[in-house]
Design a protein around this ligand. Structure first.
Ligand code: SAM
Length: 341
């Protein structure tokens, strides 16, 4: 069997190039005007490790992402502009780098994956940007069909969605909760920019419906409610469809009149992954989700789950709808459902 030297280099390069692209981009070393990149000298001056910074820039020069001009000046190549423009797509996978960098110890069971940390700040910026693909269509849909008095964001993370809701719908009451103290603290910050009395954010375990539902029922009593589950179900699924069926049944029992919105990543078929392997970051997303025990189910699992819960789809968005061949059914990488009883 023959293989190309290019592939050998391709698999190795990310180990070096991805952290450099992330770290320089997070430090805003470059600014952009009309697709052209320039050095942000203020940001460059703030970087203490100058020798290492220039070693990184020389590396980027050698791999043809930038060109050296004069003694200490650079410009982007066409490829460099494209890559750095999209540098934030690297943030979420890179925020899980501890798993990869400690792989040797993990495989030898010298370290427990549970004890490894995710770079929270990077993860939050990265997911905020990634989620801008999914939030806006739902916001526009609600703007056209808005008949809600209260919105509940279950597993609200850093409150990015609540912040958007508060900007678009001044009259809706907003409730958000999350199991993470850090997320709750960060989500509470959105109150600064909006009418505080309309936003309520607290810490709660979303998987314990019978514990949180009485409190939420009181808060939404006699109001038309919509409940959002943005990328929450895989966190609590334990990799079992039955857990999600029971969960959604409990939600329906407790909030029979509420509209619910689910958005989830899916585990596409292996053939789809193989076919798109050079254009998709989903293999990396699935790897770090698998490491951190998050149970991503397939779209077909979710279709079966839906049948068992009895919810009906009112609106559906399918992202990256793909099939590996004409004979295989297409599956999205991510979906959003607006559901009603
Ligand atoms: C992938 S993030 C999504 C955050 C946010 N919904 C968004 O779309 O930007 C998953 C969130 O669920 C939270 N989470 C995980 N398990 C939870 C649980 N049992 N109860 C409440 N929140 C949970 C995490 O802390 C995290 O903020």
């Amino acid at each position: 069997m023959s293989y190309s030297i290019e592939k050998l280099v391709f698999y190795l390069r990310g180990l070096f190039s991805a952290p450099i692209i992330c770290e320089l981009s997070k430090r805003k070393v470059f600014t952009y005007t009309k697709n052209k990149a320039n050095f942000n000298l203020k940001a460059v001056n703030k970087i203490k490790g100058k020798k290492e910074l220039f070693a990184c820039l020389n590396y980027l020069n050698r791999i043809n992402l930038i060109n050296k001009i004069g003694k200490d000046n650079f410009e982007f190549t066409d490829l460099g502009v494209e890559i750095f423009k999209r540098a934030n797509s690297y943030y979420v996978p890179h925020s899980y780098r501890e798993y990869i960098l400690n792989l040797g110890k993990i495989l030898d069971q010298g370290i427990k994956t549970k004890l490894l940390s995710v770079d929270r700040d990077e993860n939050i910026i990265g997911s905020g940007k990634t989620h801008m693909r999914y939030f806006p269509p739902v916001i526009s849909y609600l703007a056209r069909n808005n008949s809600y008095d209260v919105a509940v964001d279950v597993g609200c993370g850093n409150g990015h969605f609540l912040d958007l809701m508060a900007s678009y719908f001044q009259n809706i009451d907003l409730i958000g909760f999350d199991i993470s103290k850090v997320s709750v603290a960060s989500a509470k910050k959105i109150k600064k920019n909006h009418n505080k009395s309309k936003i309520n954010i607290f810490k709660e375990d979303a998987s314990k419906v019978s514990k949180w539902s009485p409190k939420i029922k009181k808060m939404i009593k006699n109001k038309r409610a919509i409940i959002f589950f943005w990328f929450l179900l895989h966190e609590i699924s334990e990799n079992k469809s039955s857990v999600i069926v029971n969960y959604l049944k409990k939600i329906k029992q407790n909030f029979p009149d509420a509209t619910i919105v689910i958005c989830e990543l899916t585990r596409q078929s292996i053939n789809i992954f193989k076919k798109n392997s050079e254009q998709s970051l989903m293999p990396e997303y699935l790897l770090f989700h698998d490491f951190s025990n998050q149970g991503i189910l397939s779209f077909f699992d979710y279709e079966e789950i839906l049948k068992k819960t009895g919810y009906k789809i009112k609106k559906e968005w399918l992202f990256d709808q793909n099939s590996a061949s004409e004979s295989e059914k297409a599956e999205p990488s991510t979906f959003v459902w607006v559901l009603e009883n």
